[in-house]
Design a protein around this ligand. Sequence first.
Ligand code: KG4
Ligand code: ZN
Length: 342
Amino acid sequence: MSDKSIFILAIESSCDDTSAAVLCNGKVLSNVVANQEIHALYGGVVPELASRAHQQNIIPVVQQAIQKANIDKNQLNAIAFTRGPGLMGSLLVGTSFAKSLALGLNIPLIAVNHMQAHILAHFIEEESQTKPPFPFLCLTISGGHTQIVKITDYFLMEIIGETLDDAAGEAYDKSAKILGLPYPGGPLIDKYAQLGNPKAYAFTKPKVGAMDFSFSGLKTGILRFVEKNVAANPDFVKENLYDICASIQHTIVQILMDKLKNASKHTGIKHIAIAGGVSANSEIRKVLKEAEKKYGWNTYIPKFEYTTDNAGMIGISGYLSYLEGNYSEISTQSTARLKVTE
Ligand code: KG4
Ligand code: ZN
């Protein structure tokens, strides 16, 4: 490789996945993710257990990422890490590790905003991805966030709509819990929905601002619906699981699309991207693609491996900051709360 190659090691530990990636000039050479299975036993992420699992995973995950990238750690130009938002105990593991390595190798440290990183994953050099031009809108849908963001430049973002209560991922996971499915239930609802009838059951959509979201009413609606039907037939969920999942998924995706349409109309922007864990969902990916013809949109759907939490997206954000000479002080602190605009 030429002398101009910039190698970034990225570390992500904001929630329950420990991930490390190595990028060269914006191209992902390795992207290792260790999922923490332990949380399935508890039906949700247990912060203390997540922090402990990160401590166990971080060294082997980083070692694997460097090995897979086939480079020597002395070739690294900078270390990028997730500063927030996320679980404090989880963030601290990645932050401390990144700081120590940057100090040891005497290279710059770059703090990354996890929510910006989900969006900036669209700028990873990847044959299967087209980069969106500025300005574009991004529907960021994850386990903790649901927002429509207007992106004017890499680090110039504005929230134009967001959830007033639960995130889209929570709507999936909580619905799954009501149906007795293990955590995280989003991918399972997606899988079963593909075998069912999306019009089998109707759930009411929330009445909130044109570009805002609310999912807590839907969760209560699903709970009441299941309670009522199970009282009449204890096997109701088992017998109708595919149709229930398809109907829940249809409702969530319709809500997301309605808001996106409103946002596109309001801003006049027709370059529309999705990002975050829920953007792995097969239905939203399909419906968004169909919207190209229907509404004249250009849509941008991230490669599957860059949807749920991964260090590849932290790496591209770090690389873009590196190009701007935007490094972080060694005293930079993790923060549980951080807006996409910060
Ligand atoms: O972005 P992410 O990995 O973590 C956060 O930053 O929150 O998102 C995780 C969320 C979980 O709620 C999970 O159930 C959901 O993404 N998810 C899905 C799918 N894959 C992951 N939801 C629906 N369909 C999927 N295929
Ligand atoms: Zn995330």
